[in-house]
Design a protein around this ligand. Structure first.
Ligand SMILES: CC(C)(COP(=O)(O)OP(=O)(O)OC[C@H]1O[C@@H](n2cnc3c(N)ncnc32)[C@H](O)[C@@H]1OP(=O)(O)O)[C@@H](O)C(=O)NCCC(=O)NCCS
Length: 183
């Protein structure tokens, strides 16, 4: 492992490095990856990704990690907590695995669990939320496995491929996480 910050079973998190920018450019311009992501409907170049990495590093409201496969030390995606609110003790979770060949191997579920554990046990947050498009069944399944609960539906909140889709709001509370961990 290279500079692991948080270690899971099959993956670990490490800091995003400026040298990761070209990888991010490949991922965030890939239509199959961006199909289920909110912010990437415009092209993003190397400069934009370098600035993203630098701005995340400086921000106290965000924590972002590279998701790395232990066995290969290959970075496969990015996971983050955003809009961290230390008064209300909540944050918004984001994730993407940019290496499509690595989808469906359990890495997304494990990265989600690792980040939620970090939010509750290190940052002492109380609530982690996310939004996911109704057609992102893989994402919804991964979040449900970690313990995220559906809180509501934002009807026709998302426009993609010529029509509107619902967005599903999900969240997990610290008490739910702790209850799930108990045998
Ligand atoms: C969403 C994402 C993070 C999930 O990570 P992943 O490593 O691919 O997912 P996992 O392998 O951990 O789990 C996926 C689960 O969904 C299931 N699944 C896969 N395709 C599915 C489908 N079409 N319908 C229902 N379930 C599906 C898998 O079987 C698995 O569940 P299981 O373990 O019970 O069998 C990843 O696919 C990704 O980054 N996609 C592109 C970007 C994105 O959508 N980010 C999230 C935005 S909210």
């Amino acid at each position: 492992m290279k500079n692991p910050f948080l270690i899971g079973t099959k993956i670990y998190f490490r800091a995003l490095e400026p040298e990761d920018a070209p990888l991010l450019v490949a991922w965030v311009n890939d239509p199959e990856v961006t199909r289920t992501l909110e912010l990437f409907y415009r092209p993003r170049n190397l400069q934009a990704e370098r600035e993203f990495i630098e701005s995340m590093n400086k921000s106290e409201q965000d924590v972002v990690f590279a998701i790395v496969v232990k066995e290969t030390d290959a970075a496969i995606g990015v996971a983050g907590l955003h809009r961290i609110n230390f008064k209300e003790r909540h944050a918004v979770f984001s994730i993407f695995i940019g290496e499509k060949s690595e989808w469906g191997k359990g890495y997304g579920t494990e990265a989600t669990a690792l980040m939620v554990g970090y939010a509750f046990e290190t940052l002492n947050l109380n609530r982690v939320s996310l939004q996911v498009y109704e057609y992102n069944q893989r994402g919804i399944r991964a979040y449900e496995k970690v313990g995220f609960v559906r809180e509501g539906v934002l009807r026709q909140e998302h426009y993609y491929a010529g029509r509107y889709w619902d967005t599903i709001a999900m969240a997990i509370l610290k008490e739910e996480w702790e209850a799930k961990k108990r045998p």
